[in-house]
Design a protein around this ligand. Structure first.
Ligand code: FES
Length: 256
């Protein structure tokens, strides 16, 4: 059963955010209201749980910049949810340090327990799930963010405990507000052409990735195939495959 979501009234949302937006804008010198762009978007997300098209337009009006500036900024940062999401946004890290410390079984357990996959939301609107790139907390791997707050040293048992606590309302990170019922999928597909160079040519970069996904494989293949683009000192680095594949620098051409 979907959760009860109150009828959304954007005028009321904007009226709630306006005092904070005014306070943020006043922190900057006259004529530099645009510097308040990011915190204003966070303020909208704090009230609604996501950043809606109306919120982007309202922000653009308040700081007096073209809507395209606000849209391009919001789409650059994965911290902003640009579609309605669940009460808990779960983002385990899937990158290298977490992978070698057990992120694989952790992500598998999340998928089993929630019954959803990457970039999906549970039927009841309670959980949204994304396997994220490095969260810059590699020293406490495997780690994740819950509603953008960090949870460290994950284990399969910890996954069960934290999801159960969220369902019971006893988890110590507050749920997101929810003014709009989320759909099953929440990726924003128009981003597909704007991904990093490694993801270009991948048919749908929003697809489930994980270890050895198309993006990572493509980058490693390219590194192994192409000559060094710059003159570097001789070195040798292990890339993949238990040390069987090695990339060696071309011999130095300089005379000593
Ligand atoms: S690899 Fe997971 S936080 Fe860096």
């Amino acid at each position: 059963m979907p959760l009860d979501v109150p009828t959304r009234d954007f005028a009321a949302v904007a009226a709630t955010v306006a005092p904070e937006a005014n306070r943020l804008i006043a922190q900057y010198p006259q004529g530099q209201a645009r510097s308040a762009l990011l915190p204003i978007l966070h303020a909208f997300q704090d009230v609604e749980g996501w950043v809606s098209p109306e919120a982007l337009a309202q922000c653009a009006a308040w700081i007096d910049v073209p809507l395209s500036v606000v849209e391009s900024t919001a789409s650059f940062y994965t911290l902003f949810h640009r579609k309605p999401v669940g009460r808990y946004m779960l983002q385990p890290c899937r990158n290298l340090s977490c992978a070698i410390n057990g992120a694989g079984p952790v992500m598998k357990r999340f998928r089993e327990k929630l019954g959803i996959g990457h970039l999906q939301t549970t039927e009841d609107g309670m959980f949204s799930y994304e396997e994220a790139e490095c969260l810059a907390a590699c020293d406490r791997a495997p780690c994740m963010q819950v509603n953008l707050e960090f949870v460290y040293d994950l284990t399969v048992e910890k996954v069960d405990a934290l999801v159960d606590a969220m369902r019971a309302g006893t988890f110590d990170i507050a749920p997101l507000p929810q003014t709009t019922a989320p759909g099953h999928d929440w990726h924003v597909s128009q981003e597909a052409s704007k991904k990093s160079p490694g993801a270009q040519g991948v048919s749908n970069p929003n697809n489930t990735g994980g270890f050895g996904d198309a993006t990572g494989t493509r980058m490693i293949e390219r590194l192994a195939r192409d000559p060094y683009p710059v003159d570097v000192r001789p070195t040798s680095e292990r890339l993949v495959g238990e040390g069987k594949t090695r990339l060696s620098a071309p011999p130095s051409t300089s005379e000593h």
